[in-house]
Design a protein around this ligand. Structure first.
Ligand SMILES: Nc1ncnc2c1ncn2[C@@H]1O[C@H](COP(=O)(O)OP(=O)(O)OP(=O)(O)O)[C@@H](O)[C@H]1O
Ligand SMILES: [Mg+2]
Length: 302
């Protein structure tokens, strides 16, 4: 990749007393790129994020944020952060929260206007932030994070509490920012969603990077999926369908294993108009993470 790095982590190690939280982690986020950080509880995700955004002091390794040291205030101005549970003062109103963030970033209060419109909060300008719904509050934070036009946006579980249209809108908005060069680092447990939006997925476990790969590369390492249905197609017809690994049938009930369920489903639906009780089981990055965690030591590269 030729794009400039907005976050570069090399050999990060971090311990809390005796507890090793990060054990030599490398991570890059390039301009315009979205990197999803996945991993089980205690993997070290928050520690890594806190180092990247300058909330924790570096113990070992190199961390560069937009070309500077994340512990310097001037560097942190190039950063937008959306935290999962940020408290707001009781009396603070939506407009004030975002114009305050603009001023802290060295801009005019007026810079808040277009951002508030962008995230769809113009109607709630005068509302107190504490009275907003979780999803609306999330948008206030996003507006605060975006107002300074950050080089890197760091998001901790950003779509928790958002309904589906809000979620789609959120990712669309990020896509626009990414097109203008903003890098995005997102920690999430919404694995399918991150696979859909991320350019790269970094899987952490026990303070080490298990995988750093494109989502489709990770998905390729998944165990087979099972498609079950009631169908009148014969075993022979079924075994000729695309990507079928095995066919198991009991009367009209069949269970097929496949590596490419999408293609299989399309053909099944096309060839058997009477298809019923269709189910697809397994798979998603969740399984990939589990599989990779079990196969620890065999790192996956893009
Ligand atoms: N302040 C702290 N003091 C001592 N140990 C800590 C501290 N913060 C984190 N740890 C330990 O470091 C390890 C990594 O924690 P971290 O919070 O980075 O994980 P995480 O991947 O963010 O987990 P989660 O998904 O649960 O948020 C864990 O074993 C945790 O217990
Ligand atoms: Mg965490």
């Amino acid at each position: 990749m030729t794009m400039e790095e907005v976050l570069k982590v090399r050999g990060a190690r971090h311990r809390y007393g005796d507890k090793v939280a990060l054990d030599g982690v490398d991570l890059d986020v390039h301009a315009g790129e979205c990197v999803a950080l996945l991993g089980p509880n205690g993997a070290g995700k928050t520690t890594l994020v806190n180092l990247a955004i300058g909330l924790l002091s570096r113990q070992a390794g190199e961390i560069t944020l937009a070309g500077g040291d994340p512990r310097h205030a001037a560097t942190r101005r190039k950063l937008g952060v959306v935290q999962q549970s940020l408290g707001f003062p009781n009396t603070m109103r939506v407009g004030e929260a975002v114009s305050g963030a603009a001023v802290r970033a060295g801009m005019t209060r007026g810079a808040a206007g277009p951002i508030l419109a962008e995230v769809g909060l113009t109607d709630l300008l005068k509302q107190r932030v504490v009275k907003l719904s979780g999803g609306q509050r999330q948008r206030v934070q996003l507006a605060m994070a975006l107002v300074a036009d950050p080089a890197l946006l760091v998001l901790d579980e950003p779509t928790v509490g958002l309904d589906v249209p809000a979620r789609r809108r959120f990712w669309d908005l990020l896509a626009e920012r990414r097109a203008k060069g903003t890098g995005v680092l997102v920690t999430t447990h919404l694995i399918e969603e991150s696979a859909a939006v991320a350019d790269r997925v970094v899987v952490l476990a026990n303070g080490r990077v298990l995988a750093d790969a494109r989502p489709d590369v990770l998905v390729d390492r998944l165990p087979d999926r099972t498609v079950s249905a009631r169908t009148t197609l014969s075993g022979e017809q079924l075994s000729r369908l695309p990507g079928v690994v095995s066919v198991d049938r009991e009367g009209e009930h069949v269970r097929l294993t496949t590596r490419s369920p999408e293609a299989l489903l399309r053909r099944l639906l096309a060839e058997d108009p009477a298809l019923a009780e269709l189910r697809v089981e397994g798979a998603g990055l969740e399984e990939a993470v589990v599989a990779l965690t079990k196969a620890s030591g065999t790192a996956v590269a893009a």
